[in-house]
Design a protein around this ligand. Structure first.
Ligand code: PAF
Length: 283
């Protein structure tokens, strides 16, 4: 496994892979790798000749009062997990390598970046789209792997890649969960024991919403939301940021589920903001 810190070296090695007719899979991450990330790496290794994993805590996507400084970092643990899986390349740039002095370009993803999490994280999705566009130009992958847990991120990145004509297939893999349903996330490391127990309320609420919608019929989605919100509020440590049922393609709220919708939730457990979602498909 090669550990590379410069853009130029990754571009060179990717061009070389392509010259050898090797397919390339890219798994972009911010490190502190957990089973969710590792499932993406395994999938990439299974579906491509070469797998590149990027580890970069992107400062641009953190707001001024967010957790950039304390975001979990575990370089040694990450590298040992990736070498065990036999990833081919790990790209670990310094901030200056990604954003040299004077860097000022950014992608504006448009109104979709202001919905859901974008409402409380201004500029976040533009920064995600920008850094991912850079990764696509650096690793030149045939396929890129993202987790469904960050549903809005997957929609934003697919839109950016489609509209800017990146020739990469964006693959979204199912959320990996703990036994009690909590979606795996690097930020789960912030939770105290009590908060960790309380955080299973997100998945319970999503399952409740799914059951009500599937069981027929409660076509009135505002009533579904109310039931979900009441369940979340029954957990004293939980504070709702939003509970929304949205269209999977444009993330706009839907009034009723015709074919498919996504229930998205963001909830604070103590000081930690957790997000999760579930896709509802009706035949
Ligand atoms: O999901 C993440 O870890 C990040 O948002 C990503 C896609 C690596 C961009 O920094």
């Amino acid at each position: 496994m090669q550990i590379i810190k410069t853009v130029k070296e990754v571009q060179d090695i990717s061009r070389w892979f392509r010259g050898e007719c090797k397919s390339i899979g890219l798994v972009p991450t911010m490190g502190a790798l957990h089973e969710g990330h590792l499932s993406l790496v395994r999938r990439s290794i299974g579906e491509n000749d070469r797998t590149i994993v990027s580890i970069f805590v992107n400062p641009a996507q953190f707001g001024p009062n967010e957790d950039l400084q304390k975001y979990p970092r575990d370089t040694e643990g990450d590298l040992s997990k990736l070498s065990e899986l036999q990833a081919d390349v790990v790209f670990m740039p310094e901030t200056e390598e990604m954003y040299p002095e004077g860097f000022s370009t950014s992608i504006d993803i448009g109104p979709i970046g202001k919905l859901l999490c974008g409402a409380s994280r201004p500029g976040h999705f533009n920064a995600v789209a920008t850094v991912v566009a850079k990764f696509l130009n650096i690793a030149i992958p045939h396929r890129m792997y993202l987790g469904q847990k960050d549903f809005q991120q997957t929609v934003v990145i697919k839109k950016m890649a489609r509209e800017l004509n990146f020739d990469t297939n964006i693959i979204v893999s199912p959320t990996v969960r703990e036994n009690d349903g909590l979606a795996m996330s690097s930020r789960n490391a912030y939770l105290s024991g009590e908060e960790r127990k309380a955080s299973s309320i997100l998945y319970k609420a999503l399952k409740l919403g799914q059951e009500i919608i599937m069981s027929n019929g409660l076509d009135d989605l505002s009533a579904v939301k109310k039931e979900m919100e009441a369940l979340i509020r029954s957990e004293p440590l939980a504070k709702i940021d939003y509970v929304k049922v949205v269209d999977p393609y444009n993330l706009e709220p839907v009034q009723r589920v015709l074919f498919a919708a996504v229930i998205c939730v963001a909830v604070r457990i103590g000081n930690t903001r957790l997000i999760d979602n579930i896709i509802i498909e009706k035949n």
